[in-house]
Design a protein around this ligand. Structure first.
Ligand SMILES: [Zn+2]
Ligand SMILES: [Zn+2]
Length: 232
């Protein structure tokens, strides 16, 4: 599978150096899906011409994970693209409806579930509940050979996440602060380097303004940046 980090910023990220959360995954057979679509990430998928994904999977309803979606839906109408399937924990339909009711010509085929899952051609995607300040899920993506977990936002230790991460080939994990952000439902970079094997971990969801500190403390670890491509 090929993973393109579209947006690697956190909710607290200031400016556009890192746009907000979004990850594009393409299977070896050419099936692609998008995980989250935060603010600004909608522009990146257009710049990179990555509009061929077959579904979008949302981890939770915080703005930095969903706001790019609505802008993207406008482009889909303009470009006459087919209605996109959006898998999400409950609540996204309400947000979409309020945009529609206020006069926006957008639509999506939304499938809400406490634990969204789907088989999209050769990709199998399922979710477990994460440990965040609001209801959130982490996604597990497999092509039958490799297994990736994308945590979305979660604090650690989170039993469900740890359980799925055990046999994953790649762990894409949020790291929202240097030291302690438990009270906001997040994991610190210090925790990550204590908990996870550096060969399997990619750190994302990083406030751009602390990027240099993150690089310093997590030397030898892979720190995602917008546009980064990884094969697994
Ligand atoms: Zn976030
Ligand atoms: Zn969040």
């Amino acid at each position: 599978m090929k993973i393109i980090f579209i947006g690697t910023g956190a909710g607290a990220t200031y400016g556009s150096k890192r746009v907000k959360s979004s990850i594009y995954i393409k299977s070896n057979e050419g099936t692609s899906v998008l995980l989250d679509l935060g603010t600004g990430a909608n522009f990146k998928i257009e710049d990179l011409n990555l509009l061929d994904f077959e579904a979008i999977f949302i981890t939770h309803l915080h703005i930095d994970h969903i706001n790019g979606l609505f802008d993207h839906l406008v482009q889909r109408k303009i470009l006459r693209m087919k209605e996109i399937r959006v898998y999400s924990p409950p609540g996204i339909l309400n947000v979409l409806d309020s945009y529609v009711k206020s006069g926006n010509n957008i639509s999506a085929n939304v499938i809400e579930s406490e634990l969204p899952k789907a088989k999209i051609s050769d990709l199998e995607i399922y979710s477990v509940e994460a440990c965040h300040s609001i209801y959130a899920v982490s996604y597990i993506i497999t092509d039958g050979e490799k297994k990736i977990i994308y945590t979305g936002d979660t604090l650690e230790p989170c039993e469900t996440v740890l359980d799925e991460a055990k046999d994953a080939d790649l762990i894409i994990h949020e790291g929202s602060c240097i030291d302690n952000c438990k009270q906001y439902g997040h994991t610190s970079v210090k925790q990550l380097i204590e908990m996870y094997d550096r060969n399997k971990l990619i750190i994302t969801h990083i406030p751009a303004q602390i990027e240099n500190q993150v690089k310093e403390i997590a030397k030898g670890y892979i720190i995602a940046h917008d546009g980064m491509i990884v094969d697994v």
